[in-house]
Design a protein around this ligand. Structure first.
Ligand SMILES: Cc1ncc(COP(=O)(O)O)c(C=O)c1O
Length: 462
């Protein structure tokens, strides 16, 4: 029987949730043009749209807020944050920004422009957008194991190093502006990257003189997986594993709204404190985010972030976090429900292509399943598949994703086992009636970039 690891914390404050009927939810999703991002939060019972910025802060973080120094320049809170980040990552320069995509926007133009390419083990949607906004194009080299959801491999998030080298040779090393290692690999299902794979990628980057950036949103969950699954790391501390990864890269971009357990914040790190592009980072930060000692954050946000950086590394916390996903996965196994297995670090990625093999990718199976789950129990999840990937920026043609997932991203320290059990029963109800779905959705309006956040959809009539 699946075992739930008890929480390493207790609850001090509660937030009531509105209960809704199926009728109410059917009207609400229609009103939102079948786009879950356009639902009102209060119409959702369990919200797994994202684990980003939806975390519950600790008492230590709430008290740190009171220490926020709101000086425009050179605030005490800035130095406290820089000291914590340098201690953990060992990098010479740390730049706060307001969230992950701001880090991408500020850093990427130093390495990317028209005619250049970025290679990743898979890009997250905003990362892809910022590569394209810088004028460059995205190429991916993900471990092929990631496209077989039933294959239980330990490091499905890895870079396909042979494919990466092929791309470098095809396009010419001088045209590869950036390699991005996403840890954990969100689009592959929150799957981890091994230290061995990171070493191989770094060696290739050195060989061809290519800049290596870590997309570090979930670096702590990745480190816990490495400790659990990579024999050479089993006796290392989480901090030592993190250091081993970051020592191999040149820079990192981080959404701190994930593993750093805050509601808002991001970081850029540069290993070499004398790197010439730090001047450009500061200049871009001043133009887009704010002065470089606050980077679009309040002084109090910098304080909460400095505390969260350490809380996110706590081994008992990470064991519970990964254990929650394992529990969820084992319960789905009991019902034979397909998901990216083994479970990822921050959520469950249901394999919507296996729920609905009757639907082609351009009818968006991942979105269909997300809508069915919302109607069933008020759960909000999202498509991580062809609907999210969107269109080729050059041809305008719908791209086909390597997976059609419906992602349940679990906020940190927010929900309890009974919420998860309710959701698992609802998923099973939707699974049992999967064959009754005959058609998917079509898009009736979409913006040119990051369309899934805003698009309007309508059910395709049979
Ligand atoms: C892997 C990864 N990179 C970048 C981002 C962008 O971060 P943010 O949402 O803070 O802008 C996200 C989050 O959504 C992510 O999961």
């Amino acid at each position: 029987m699946a075992k739930f690891i008890p929480e390493p914390y207790r609850i001090k404050m509660v937030e009531p949730i509105k209960m809704t009927t199926r009728e109410h939810r059917e009207a609400a999703i229609k009103e939102a043009d079948y786009n879950l991002f356009r639902l009102k939060g209060e119409d959702v019972y369990v919200d797994t749209l994202t684990d980003s910025g939806t975390n519950a802060m600790s008492d230590a973080q709430w008290s740190a807020l009171m220490m926020g120094d709101e000086a425009y320049a050179g605030a005490k809170s800035y130095f406290k944050l820089v000291e914590a980040a340098q201690d953990i990552f060992g990098y010479g320069y740390i730049q706060p920004v307001h969230q992950g995509r701001a880090a991408e926007k500020v850093l990427f133009p130093s390495f990317l422009e028209k005619g250049k390419y970025a290679i990743a083990n898979l890009f997250f949607d905003t990362t892809r957008a910022h590569v394209e906004l810088a004028g460059a194009r995205c190429l991916e080299a993900c471990n092929p194991e990631a496209s077989d959801s039933s294959l239980r491999a330990p490091f499905k998030g890895n870079m396909d190093v042979a494919r990466m080298e092929e791309i470098i040779r095809e396009k010419g090393p001088e045209n590869i502006g950036l390699v991005v290692m996403t840890i954990t690999n969100n689009s592959a299902g929150g799957q981890p990257v091994s230290l061995q794979n990171m070493r191989e990628v770094a060696a290739l980057c050195q060989k061809y003189h290519i800049h290596l950036n870590i997309d570090a949103a979930r670096y702590a969950e990745n480190a816990m997986f490495v400790k659990m699954r990579e024999p050479e790391c089993k006796d290392m501390s989480i901090k030592e594993i993190i250091r081993a990864f970051f020592d191999l890269a040149d820079t990192f971009t981080m959404s701190a709204k994930k593993d750093t357990i805050v509601n808002m914040g991001g970081l850029i790190g540069v290993k070499d404190e004398n790197a010439p592009y730090i001047l450009k980072i500061k200049a871009n930060c001043i133009s887009f985010e704010g002065f470089y000692t606050y980077g679009g954050l309040n002084g109090r946000d910098l304080e909460a972030l400095a505390v969260g950086l350490y809380e996110g590394l706590d081994e008992n916390w990470l064991r519970y976090r990964i254990g929650t996903m394992e529990y969820f996965g084992e319960r789905l196994d009991e019902y034979g429900i397909p998901y990216q297995s083994p479970a990822g670090g921050h959520g469950i990625f249901l394999d919507a292509a296996k729920f609905y093999p009757q639907l082609p990718y351009y009818e968006f199976p991942g979105q269909v399943l997300a809508i069915e789950l919302y109607k069933e129990c008020g759960l909000r999840a999202c498509d991580i598949g062809s609907y999210m990937i969107g269109n080729d920026p050059d041809t305008g043609k719908q791209l086909k994703s390597i997976n059609e997932f419906t992602r349940l991203a679990i906020p940190r320290r927010v929900y309890t086992q009974s919420h998860y059990d309710m959701v698992i029963e609802a998923i099973n109800e939707v699974w049992k009636r999967r064959e009754s779905i005959r058609r998917g959705y079509k898009i009736t309006w979409e913006p040119p970039i990051l369309r899934h956040f805003q698009a309007s959809l309508t059910p395709i009539e049979e």
